[in-house]
Design a protein around this ligand. Structure first.
Ligand SMILES: Nc1ncnc2c1ncn2[C@@H]1O[C@H](COP(=O)(O)OP(=O)(O)OP(=O)(O)O)[C@@H](O)[C@H]1O
Length: 238
């Protein structure tokens, strides 16, 4: 039977040593256009899973089935812009289409960087660099966007702006998304589903069904408390 999921993972195992696995038989489906946030305590294998989906873990031992779309983009905590290329050239790097420049300009405009095409990466703020990284991903129209704490290094205000931007971009381009985050609020604000990794498997999988994604909303607070409990965060630490 043909799978209709954008991502389908079955019985995924990964380990870095003989002393136990990081991923221990993980199953996961992500539907086309679905936004999934991945949370979990430090060292539970979130980045390992993301790298496996990105095909960036060759040489790591393990087995299991992974099916992802043809077109996958990855965004990391640091922008990974090439310092010797101007912003537009970073965004279009590797694109062969004749209209790459035009598409790159359009993507930069979408992320609020119109006019900065000829800047060098060092001339951009941290938030602007992440915007450029998003433009570089989205110009490729990926069917799957993998994001590993893309806003982790940004200040709180910039992060809130980036949340709004990412939501808008996802509504326009509709990629399936897997976002690794430590921030439970970020997960609830952005995702259709939040999954929690523990001991190398998905322990919790909840759908975010809120009318308002506002921290002041009672449903938001309830889901936040539930997820923090699942993460084992003590009451006094909240
Ligand atoms: N290249 C590697 N070589 C050896 N061990 C590794 C390697 N990469 C990750 N690990 C180990 O695998 C485990 C899972 O790491 P991973 O980075 O996937 O966790 P994570 O959930 O993303 O953690 P964090 O939230 O702290 O970023 C950790 O115990 C880590 O030490």
């Amino acid at each position: 039977m043909q799978s209709t999921a954008a991502v389908r993972v079955r019985n995924l195992h990964r380990s870095f040593s003989r002393n136990g696995g990081v991923l221990n038989g993980l199953d996961l489906d992500i539907a086309p256009g679905e936004f999934v946030a991945l949370i979990g305590r430090s060292g539970t294998g979130k980045s390992t899973l993301l790298r496996a989906l990105a095909g960036l873990d060759r040489g790591v031992s393990g087995h299991g089935q992974i099916s992802v779309p043809e077109s996958v983009s990855v965004v990391f905590q640091d922008s990974r812009l090439l310092p010797w290329k101007r912003v537009l050239d970073n965004v279009t790097f590797g694109l062969r289409a004749g209209d790459a420049g035009e598409r790159g300009r359009q993507a930069l405009a979408e992320v609020g960087l119109a006019g900065r095409e000829n800047a060098w990466p060092y001339q951009l703020s941290g938030g602007e660099q992440q915007r450029a990284a998003l433009a570089r991903s989205l110009v490729r129209e990926p069917q799957l966007l993998l994001a590993d704490e893309p806003f982790g290094a940004l200040d709180a205000l910039t992060r809130i702006r980036m949340h709004a931007l990412l939501r808008k971009l996802c509504e326009t381009h509709r990629p399936a998304v897997l976002l690794v985050t430590h921030d439970v609020d970020e997960a609830i604000v952005l995702a259709d589903r939040v999954i929690l990794l523990d001991a190398g498997v998905v322990r919790t999988d909840v759908r975010v069904e809120l009318n308002r994604r506002s921290r002041s909303d009672a449903g938001f607070a309830e889901l936040r408390t539930f997820l923090l409990d699942e993460l084992g965060v003590a009451e006094e630490a909240r």
